[in-house]
Design a protein around this ligand. Sequence first.
Ligand code: FAD
Ligand code: NAP
Length: 302
Amino acid sequence: MYDLAIIGGGPAGLTAGLYGARANLKTIIIEKGLYGGQMQNTLEIENYPGFKNVGGPELSEHMYNQALAVGCEWKYGDVTQVSLEGQPKVLEVSGEKIEARSVIIASGAQPRKLGVPGEKELSGRGVSYCATCDGAFYEDLEVVVVGGGDSAVEEGMFLTRYASSVTVIHRRDTLRAQPILQQRAFANPKMKFIFNSEVQEIQGDKRVSGVLVRSNKDGSTQVIPCSGVFIYVGFFPNSEYLKGTGILDEQGYVVTGPDMKTAIPGVFAAGDVRNTPLRQIVSAAGDGAIAAMQAYHYLENL
Ligand code: FAD
Ligand code: NAP
């Protein structure tokens, strides 16, 4: 029986693990992938306090080692079902049951699909959701990035290290990305922008050869030839396993207050999986710390 079980080992879960273990709670993190979560797919992080510039995998390793050094346990496994009401809380992890007196949900988010013809068929054959993972395959080739947020612009800039040109296709006339990222992107000679346009189809036989784009203004269409299409149209929460618990909003995010408490006593949420106005490493870490200390107070009063 654990005092605290944490679902997910991204920055929210790892920070919760650090704080839980330091508060002398018998703490376990359950993670189905690599420690660090989305940070593992980020080459450079420039906005985590204390580091002017740090690699995502490097920051992940620091957080992981720090949590384990203070006694937090780590388990590789997929949480597929939960029973959260009352005591104990029970998590089904790859067929095994784990019991804990409190739970922090920190299962984060994953890339949203564009949902156009060709996307599924050419996935892994020119269609990608991770520039850090696949960018090097596009040396001197033309690529397209779909989306207008921080991810699209930042990852598009990263792709200019390899690609001969990067064309960002965005459905509106202004980018959603932070102004500093926009400034850098507009100043980069390899970056091109097609505004007010949507990708209708990803074309190609065995590999991507181009995208069919339709103007939202006049309905005209054109084919942009390219070898790769990187899709950054937002994220959705990893909360499938929480369906039926009554703690999700209509988009699937876990509803909490600023104290990270859900409607179920002893169950907290932290990071990208919750209904938060900011989805960043620093806010995920902050959420994790608050959630762990709230779990500590809950256990004291149990
Ligand atoms: P995640 O990082 O998503 O981690 C959740 C973890 O839970 C994952 O490892 C997942 O495998 C695991 N998990 C999910 N479901 C289960 C389950 N059922 N059982 C077990 N484990 C499960 N933020 C910044 O501050 N600066 C940046 O420069 C920056 N760059 C970014 C670049 C990109 C391309 C992307 C995609 C995001 C970037 N972000 C950046 C955002 C930042 O990475 C996220 O806000 C942050 O990682 C969220 O942390 P988290 O712990 O809540 O979730
Ligand atoms: P996001 O902010 O939700 O942006 C998604 C973009 O995709 C928006 O521009 C949106 O258009 C567009 N879009 C959505 N659905 C679409 C569709 N069906 N067809 C075409 N375009 C579509 O997602 P994100 O950029 O991945 O960022 C996610 C979170 O991570 C944010 O909180 C972000 O701040 C954070 N992040 C931070 C950094 C950093 O700090 N350096 C880097 C990456 C990510 P509209 O603008 O019209 O809605």
